[in-house]
Write a protein that binds this ligand. Structure first.
Ligand code: GN1
Ligand code: MG
Length: 370
């Protein structure tokens, strides 16, 4: 890391009252949005203490202060639940550290907002499942997260990215990107664009149900990728849910659908070989079982009926977001090479096509599970 960045990070850390001195700062490449660093402090007696320092991407989160209000509210709420259940309040929920001035973040001169979380040691996250059991446990963990927040005062939550999972509105954004063709790369993606345009009618199914009052609004995570579950290294059981930036009012179907999109895919989100991409029905079944066992008794009939559709819709939505960003010129998601967003869009659409083929089998799995 260059000295200018290192000094900048040390200045931010100086706002906190951590004891000892900074030994090392390592960037970690998780997520497509924020910048994350693991900071090691060493005390005089040689004891190491680790922290997670993060820059909140304000191109994505236009109101980082509101994001922090949500995150602090939600983590404190869950902490009380963990304490009541006799759990470990240091490891089963994230902690946002306060600065010496009592703030939940540090604002830097360049307008950046930075926060520090505890580093949950002896834990790991998974970019892909190693078996059905992992995925079922992740489902239980997300189901519990939803339960822990069921009595959260939803009216106090800020809508930090309005219409985040409003697929109809995402589709309009996608069409506007096509029209503007800012990168000039639209013609590189004709096949993918045609695939997307054929599916416009799917986009408003869930939002229409919400508008009619036929789907409840709950406190949802909205980014339920498998790698947002931390597992305990010793027990290999889920410990806590991370990446709370998008906790907002939403539908439980968003969380279910996004979990399937990422975790039940037989390939990676950015796999170039499309023959490796498909929906693993066994994994789908494992997730449905885990999710219904933990959250099932609080779900309405529609929240269960639409589970397979949500898997398809959330995958499609992510696909049009990647594709729009490719056509916009890679301004939203971090990319490692010029076609990265196009590759990601292709995997999502391949998965959508496979879900369409397996749809009735997915419906039978849901019906059996309940
Ligand atoms: C982004 O940063 P990360 O990887 O947790 C995105 C999600 C997408 C995801 C796709 C705020 O999440 O909505 O589903 O990439 N987060 C935001 O991998 O846009
Ligand atoms: Mg995220």
């Amino acid at each position: 890391m260059d000295t200018t960045l290192f000094n900048k990070l040390c200045n931010i850390l100086d706002e906190y009252g951590f004891s000892g001195s900074v030994k090392e700062i390592k960037p970690i490449t998780v997520g497509h949005i924020n910048d994350t660093f693991v900071v090691e402090y060493i005390s005089e007696d040689g004891k190491i203490e680790k922290y997670l320092l993060q820059w909140i991407n304000h191109n994505v989160f236009k109101n980082p202060v509101a994001v922090m209000e949500n995150v602090v509210g939600v983590t404190e709420h869950i902490k009380k639940k963990v304490a009541l259940a006799g759990g470990d309040t240091e490891r089963e929920v994230l902690t946002v550290f306060k600065t010496k001035a009592g703030e939940n973040y540090v604002k830097t001169e360049d307008g950046g907002h930075w926060r520090v979380y505890n580093f949950v040691d002896n834990s790991y996250s998974l970019d892909g499942v190693s078996g059905k059991e992992d995925f079922k446990m992740a489902a239980i963990a997300f189901g519990n997260f939803q339960k822990q927040l069921a009595d959260y005062p939803i009216e106090t939550l800020k809508d930090t990215i309005p219409n985040f999972h409003n697929t109809a509105s995402r589709f309009n954004d996608f069409k506007a990107s096509l029209e503007a063709n800012k990168s000039g790369r639209r013609n590189e993606a004709e096949k993918e664009i045609a695939f997307a345009l054929e599916r416009e009618k799917d986009c408003s199914v869930l939002t229409d149900l919400i508008a009619k009052g036929e789907l409840p609004i709950r406190v949802t995570h909205n980014d339920t990728k498998l790698n947002n579950v931390l597992f305990d290294k010793e027990t290999n059981k889920p410990l806590c849910i991370v990446d709370l930036d998008t906790v907002m009012p939403g539908s439980s179907l968003y969380d279910f659908g996004d979990s399937i999109r990422f975790g039940a895919n037989t390939g990676a989100e950015d796999e170039k070989d499309l023959s490796k991409i498909s929906l693993d029905l066994e994994l789908f079944k494992a997730y449905v079982e885990g999710y219904l066992s933990s959250a099932g008794d609080s779900l309405t009939e529609n929240e269960i009926t639409y589970l397979p559709f949500a898997a398809k819709l959330l995958t499609f939505e992510c696909g049009i977001r990647f594709l729009a960003d490719y056509i916009d010129g890679d301004v939203y998601f971090k990319t490692e090479y010029p076609e990265h967003n196009l590759v990601r869009a292709r995997t999502q659409f391949k998965l959508v096509a496979d879900i369409e083929k397996k749809f009735s089998e997915m419906q039978s799995i849901v019906n059996q599970g309940f």
